[in-house]
Design a protein around this ligand. Structure first.
Ligand SMILES: Nc1nc2c(ncn2[C@@H]2O[C@H](COP(=O)(O)OP(=O)(O)OP(=O)(O)O)[C@@H](O)[C@H]2O)c(=O)[nH]1
Length: 358
C-alpha cells in the first residue's frame, strides 16, 4: 500500500479536542464563579475582622479573575487565562495562610487548589503549582515567625497530609485521563482516516470526495473552483486479471496509483472510485488544461512497463473522461458528464481522453 495521501490530513478530530477544552474551561470557570461569590461575601462580611493586607489581596484577586474571564470571552485563549487565574489564586492561598483567615480556618480553603489546577492546566503545570503551594505553606507553617498566626501542630500535620493526598490523587487522575485521552484521539483519527482511505492503494476513496472535498470547496470556493474531474478507467482489466491472476491485478492497481501520485501535483486529489476506476480532481483548472494533463498521463501509463511474477513485461492503458465543475452543486452533473465521455473513449477503442474540448 502506498503512504496515506496528504489530502487525508484534512481529516481531523477537532470535536475530540473541543470537548476536552470544554472540560478545562468548565472546571476553571466553575472555580472562578465560586471564587468571585465567596471572596465578595468574605470581604463584605468580614472586612472589620480581616487584616487590611488580606482585604486588599482579596479585592485585587476578584478584579483580576473577573478581567481574566472577560479576556477569555473576548479572545478564547483558555491556557493563558487559566495560568493567570491559578497564579492569582495561588497568591491568594499564600495570603490566606499567612493571615490565617477568619478564626484560623485558612488551611481548609486550600484543598481545592490541586484539583482545579490539574483540571484546568494539566499534569505539568498542575504539579508545579500544587507542589509549590505545598512547599510555600510548609515554609509558612514551620518557618520562624513567618505568618501572622500560629497554627496548632496537629492542624499543621493534618493539613500537610490531606493536601498531599488531594494532590497525589488529582495527579493520578489527570495523568491517566490525559494518557487515555491521547490514545483515544489517536485511535479516532486513525479510524476516521481509514474510513476515507482505499485500503489497497492508500488514496482517498469516493466517500472522501463528498464528505470532505466538496465541503472544503464550498467553504473556500476561491481556492478550488472551478475544478476539473478526470474519470479514469483501466482498459481490459478483467482480461489482465484472468491472464496474470488477481494478485498481479492488485499490484497493477497499486503501481497505477503511484503513477497518479507522481504525475499529478500534490494539490490534485487522487481517489479510487471503485474497482479499476479512479477519479482525479484538479482544483482551479479548466477542462481545456485538464484535458492536456490527462492526455500526458494517459501516454505515461501506456509507456510504463509492469513486471509479472514470472518476469514478463506488461503494459496497460487507460481511458479518461474529463469534465469541468464551476460550482459545488454541479459536481454530480460533472461526474455524469465525465462518465459519458469515458464511455465514449471506451467505445472509440480505449486508451483515449475525451472531453468537451475534443
Ligand atoms: N485485481 C483486482 N481486480 C479488481 C478489483 N476490483 C475490481 N477488479 C476487477 O476489475 C475487472 C473489471 O472488469 P470490467 O468492468 O469488465 O472492465 P474491463 O475488463 O477493464 O473492461 P473495460 O473497462 O471495458 O476496458 C473485473 O474483473 C473485476 O473483478 C481489485 O481490487 N483487484
Amino acid at each position: 500500500m502506498v503512504n496515506k495521501q496528504n489530502w487525508l490530513n484534512v481529516i481531523n478530530i477537532d470535536s475530540v479536542y473541543s470537548s476536552d477544552k470544554q472540560r478545562q474551561a468548565f472546571s476553571l470557570f466553575t472555580m472562578i464563579g465560586i471564587a468571585i461569590v465567596v471572596i465578595t461575601l468574605l470581604v463584605f462580611l468580614n472586612y472589620s475582622v480581616y487584616s487590611p493586607i488580606l482585604t486588599v489581596a482579596l479585592v485585587i484577586v476578584n478584579f483580576t479573575i473577573i478581567s481574566c474571564a472577560i479576556y477569555f470571552i473576548k479572545t478564547g485563549k483558555l491556557e493563558i487565562v487559566a495560568l493567570i487565574s491559578m497564579i492569582i489564586v495561588f497568591i491568594m492561598c499564600i495570603a490566606l495562610t499567612y493571615t490565617g483567615g477568619k478564626e484560623n480556618t485558612a488551611l481548609y480553603w486550600l484543598m481545592f487548589y490541586p484539583v482545579v489546577t490539574f483540571a484546568s492546566l494539566g499534569v505539568r503545570l498542575g504539579c508545579w503549582l500544587g507542589l509549590s503551594l505545598l512547599l510555600c505553606c510548609i515554609a509558612l507553617l514551620y518557618g520562624p515567625n513567618f505568618g501572622q498566626v500560629s497554627y496548632g501542630d496537629v492542624e499543621k500535620t493534618r493539613f500537610i497530609a490531606s493536601f498531599s493526598l488531594v494532590f497525589l490523587f488529582s495527579f493520578i487522575g489527570e495523568y491517566f485521563r490525559h494518557k487515555s485521552h491521547l490514545a483515544i484521539a489517536d485511535i479516532t483519527l486513525e479510524q476516521k482516516q481509514d474510513a476515507y482511505t482505499d485500503p489497497l492503494t492508500g488514496v482517498a476513496n469516493r466517500r472522501f470526495i463528498t464528505s470532505h472535498f466538496l465541503k472544503l470547496a464550498q467553504t473556500r470556493p476561491e481556492q478550488y473552483l472551478p475544478f476539473s474531474i478526470l474519470l479514469i478507467d483501466l482498459d481490459n482489466f478483467k482480461s489482465l486479471n484472468d491472464t496474470y491472476g488477481h494478485g498481479f491485478g492488485d499490484t497493477v492497481l497499486i503501481e497505477f496509483t503511484k503513477l497518479l501520485e507522481s504525475q499529478f501535483s500534490t494539490s490534485a486529489l487522487k481517489s479510487r472510485y471503485g474497482g479499476e476506476e479512479f477519479v482525479v480532481i484538479l482544483p482551479k483548472l479548466k477542462s481545456a488544461e485538464a484535458t492536456l494533463l490527462a492526455d500526458d498521463f494517459r501516454e505515461c501509463v501506456a509507456k510504463h512497463l509492469m513486471i509479472t511474477n514470472d518476469n514478463k513485461k506488461v503494459t496497460i492503458t487507460c481511458s479518461i473522461g474529463v469534465a469541468q465543475v464551476n460550482e459545488v452543486e454541479g459536481y454530480s452533473n460533472g461526474l455524469k458528464e465525465a462518465d459519458e465521455f469515458l464511455y465514449r473513449a471506451k467505445a472509440l477503442g480505449r486508451n483515449k481522453v475525451i472531453s468537451i474540448n475534443n
